[in-house]
Every structure is written in structure tokens, then in C-alpha cells.
Design a protein around this ligand. Structure first.
Ligand code: ATP
Length: 282
């Protein structure tokens, strides 16, 4: 994180105006008499979450009775052997999969009760997502890629804020370039700025270092840490990499779709050993 880059937790949390083109999560809250706006102080909670695939005769439970609380200003990594349910959990959090049972509260709203339009708005404004494959739009400049979620949500675009965010993640000098003119590490930093631009309640990072060399991975992991520590965000990281998970405050393990313990403040070696043990017992 660039010291003195000009984006403080207060500024990042402050200056966004929300559009009113379609029903939003905040509209639902207002309708219920709840308080709309940013919910930085509320935990993201997953409770009794189960998800199955298939029909009655072929039913397979990908997630069973998952409980998870992601507190404000916290950094949680999710790990587990292949097929343990990490992607399914992410997809449920993003409203891309509908759980069979349970609740997912983001910004004080149970998103399992939202319709498709409201879920799309939730993904645009309340959750920032970073994937392994950057997913930047090649024809847009860095500045326009970063501001895209605001444009899609019909919100005012504050160019100064976009510039501040770009500087914060270390790509301030590239605003007028196209993604193809950037390194992989730089593109991933742009993806982080784009994820932060709506001031979301949760940043979800799915293997964000998977395509990067060690040096670029270190920069991105440092950035993830700073997003929590300096910008006051909460981050959920899904990764196979114990080195990446060691940057988190805690690591939650999944096995066969169930929670299987957690480690806090563990180093890479301990996380790797736990993961190996988990895989061998699957
Ligand atoms: N659409 C689907 N239809 C049927 N089964 C599915 C579907 N999606 C996932 N599954 C199954 O659910 C289980 C959990 O899958 P998931 O992709 O969540 O695991 P994962 O931990 O992300 O695995 P990996 O680390 O390999 O990406 C797996 O057994 C998978 O085959």
C-alpha cells in the first residue's frame, strides 16, 4: 500500500451516491423499516447453509450446515481439498447458487430471499470480487475498468476517487492504458481497485494469486492485507496456496462440504500440514 496515497478508510467509505434505477438491497431494507447504507459495522454471516445438486435419486450435498461469520476488518481464508465445497460456498455468497437451506446475511440483508434483479444489484454494489483471471475488459482503459461497476450501477463516477484507488493499489501511472499493456500483477491490482470502487461490504478473492509469479503474488497478498488493515474492508479469500492463506487472520477448512476446524495466526507450514491431513482423511 502506498503511504499517503490519499485514500483513507473514511474517504473510501464516504463519497458514493447510490442510483435508484431498480430495487436495491437498500430498498428492501428501507421497505422493511431497516436502515439502508453502508454496513461496515455488521458481520457477514452464513448460517445453517446447505446446498445440494441433482435430483431426489441422485442428490449430492456439496455443502452441509455451514456456519461462518466474517467480522468487519477481518481477513478469512477458506481452504479444503478439491471438491470440498469452496466454489459452491463462494457461488452461494455471490447469489449465483441458491442454497437448499440456511441464510446468508450481507449488509444486514438475507440475500437468500432476494430475486434475480436484487441479487444482480447486490453483486454490483455490495460485494467486490477478484478472480484468478482478472476479468478486465480489454477495450477499456484502466480508469474505465475501475469505474465500470459504478457505471453499471448507474452511479456517479468520481474521477478523483478512481485515481486515488488506482494509486492506492499501485497502478496510478497506468490509468489511460489498456489491460494488455500491463503485467499480470498490475492487471490484478486494477481488478482489486475495481472490486473496491463501490465500497462493498465484502471483498471475495478467488485464487487471486493463482496466475502470478512469486514476486507479483507477494504484492497482491500485501494488497489484500492492506485492504483489511488500512481500508477497513473484510476479505474472504479462497485459495489452495498455504502461503497465501498465511496472510489471513484465520483459515477456515472445509472437507466434504462441512466445516472442519480453523486455524488463527498460523504460519504456512502449519496450514500446509493441516491441509494435507485433511486431504488424506477425505
Ligand atoms: N453444478 C453442479 N452439479 C453437480 N455437482 C456439483 C456442481 N457443482 C459442484 N458440484 C459438486 O459439489 C462438490 C463441491 O464442488 P466445489 O466446486 O464447490 O469444490 P471445490 O472445493 O471448489 O473444489 P476445487 O478445489 O477442485 O475447485 C464437488 O463434488 C462437485 O463435483
Amino acid at each position: 500500500m502506498r503511504a499517503g496515497a490519499g485514500v483513507t478508510a473514511g474517504r473510501v467509505r464516504g463519497g458514493l451516491c447510490r442510483g435508484h434505477r431498480e430495487p436495491t438491497v437498500d430498498d428492501v431494507k428501507a421497505h422493511r423499516g431497516e436502515h439502508p447504507g453502508n454496513h461496515a459495522d455488521q458481520a457477514v454471516t452464513v448460517s445453517g447453509l446447505s446446498k445440494s445438486f441433482g435430483t431426489d435419486t441422485t442428490r449430492f450435498w456439496a455443502l452441509t450446515d455451514i456456519e461462518l461469520t466474517v467480522a468487519p476488518r477481518s481477513f478469512t481464508a477458506i481452504m479444503g481439498p478439491s471438491g470440498s465445497g469452496k466454489t459452491t460456498l463462494l457461488n452461494c455468497l455471490l447469489g449465483l447458487e441458491k442454497p437448499d437451506t440456511g441464510s446468508i446475511r450481507i449488509g444486514g440483508t438475507d440475500i437468500t430471499g432476494l430475486d434475480e434483479t436484487q441479487l444482480a444489484e447486490m453483486r454490483r454494489s455490495h460485494v467486490g470480487v477478484v478472480f484468478q483471471s482478472y476479468n478486465l475488459i480489454p477495450s477499456l482503459t484502466v480508469a474505465d475498468n475501475i469505474s465500470l461497476p459504478l457505471r453499471l450501477a448507474g452511479r456517479r463516477i468520481d474521477r478523483g476517487r478512481v485515481r486515488d484507488l488506482a494509486e492506492t493499489v499501485g497502478v496510478g501511472a497506468t490509468l489511460e492504458r489498456r489491460p494488455a499493456q500491463l503485467s499480470g500483477g498490475q492487471q490484478q491490482r486494477v481488478a482489486f481497485a475495481r472490486a473496491l470502487v463501490t465500497d462493498p461490504e465484502l471483498i471475495v478473492a478467488d485464487e487471486p494469486t493463482g496466475a502470478l509469479d512469486t514476486a507479483s503474488s507477494d504484492v497482491v497478498l500485501g494488497l489484500l492485507r492492506s485492504i483489511v488493515t488500512d481500508l477497513g474492508q473484510r476479505v474472504l479469500l479462497v485459495t489452495h496456496d498455504p502461503r497465501a492463506a498465511a496472510v489471513a487472520d484465520r483459515v477456515v477448512f472445509l472437507r466434504d462440504g462441512r466445516r472442519h476446524g480453523e486455524l488463527r495466526g498460523a504460519d504456512e507450514g502449519r496450514i500446509a500440514a493441516t491441509l494435507t491431513d485433511l486431504g488424506q482423511r477425505s
